[in-house]
Design a protein around this ligand. Structure first.
Ligand code: ZN
Length: 224
C-alpha cells in the first residue's frame, strides 16, 4: 500500500503516520531524513542538496524528487510506503505526480488529516513534554491529553512527573503561522496540492479532532 499523508503541523500527522506504518509494516518516509541520509552517505544528490541547505535555501524539486524515488525503490518499501511531508505545494505535486507516472510507481491513497488552523495552532502551543518519555502525551489544550493538575502544578498524565517542559519552538507563533500559511494556501500551497491529487488518486479525508484511538480505528476501517 503506497500512501501520502497530509496534515498541518498540529494535526497529529507524526502520531498517525507511526500507527499506520506499524500496522501495515510499511516505512514512514520523511524528506528531512532522506536529505540527511543522502548527505551522510555522500551521494551526488546529497552533495548537491547540501550546497542549498548550507546557503539556507530550499532544495530544488529536481534534487528532492529523485532522492524520494530512490528511497521508494529500497527493499523495505516492497510492501508499500507512507510518504510524509512531501509535496508541500502545487508545483511539487505536479512534478512528483509526473515522476511517479514515468517511473510507473503506483500511488494508492492520499490521507488528509483535516483540522482547522486555529485548533492546530492551539494544539502545538499546548504541548508539554515529559522528561521521562517524549511519547507520554500531555497537552493543556487537548481534553483527552490534559496533564494532571494538583495545587496549580502540572504532572505527566502517564508517569506523574512534575517537571513537564515547554519547547520554545512550540511557542514561536511566527514560525507556526509561517508553516500554516504554506499548508492552508488553497491557491498554491499544500491544500492546493491535495486538491490536485483529488482528480487523480483516492483522497481519504480524516477528521483529526477526535482522540487518537478513534482516528486510528477510522483509518483502519477505511483502508481495509
Ligand atoms: Zn511521563
Amino acid at each position: 500500500m503506497n500512501i501520502i499523508m497530509f496534515g498541518a503541523n498540529g494535526s497529529g500527522k507524526g502520531t498517525f503516520g507511526k500507527i499506520l506504518s506499524d500496522r501495515y509494516g510499511i516505512p514512514q518516509i520523511e524528506t528531512g531524513v532522506i536529505f540527511r541520509d543522502n548527505i551522510t552517505r555522500g551521494t551526488d544528490l546529497g552533495k548537491n542538496a547540501k550546497t542549498f541547505i548550507d546557503r539556507g535555501e530550499l532544495v530544488p524539486d529536481d534534487i528532492t524528487i529523485p532522492m524520494i524515488l530512490n528511497r521508494l525503490r529500497e527493499k523495505d518499501c516492497a510492501r508499500g510506503w507512507l510518504l510524509d511531508g512531501f509535496p508541500r505545494n502545487i508545483t511539487q505535486a505536479e512534478a512528483f505526480w509526473s515522476a511517479l507516472q514515468e517511473e510507473e510507481i503506483q500511488l494508492d491513497y492520499i490521507i488528509e488529516l483535516v483540522i482547522d488552523r486555529e485548533t492546530a495552532k492551539k494544539r502545538i502551543m499546548g504541548r508539554r513534554l515529559c522528561p521521562n518519555d517524549n511519547n507520554h502525551p500531555n497537552n493543556v489544550n487537548v481534553e483527552e491529553n490534559k496533564p494532571v493538575e494538583k495545587n496549580g502544578k502540572l504532572y505527566c498524565r502517564v508517569c506523574g512527573r512534575g517537571d513537564l517542559a515547554i519547547r520554545a519552538d512550540d511557542q514561536d507563533e511566527a514560525a507556526i503561522d509561517k508553516r500554516h500559511n504554506i499548508y492552508f494556501d488553497t491557491n498554491s500551497g499544500t491544500l492546493a496540492a491535495i486538491n490536485y491529487f483529488k482528480e487523480r488518486v483516492k483522497v481519504i479525508p480524516v477528521d483529526a479532532l477526535p482522540g487518537v484511538k478513534q482516528v486510528s480505528a477510522y483509518l483502519a476501517k477505511t483502508l481495509e
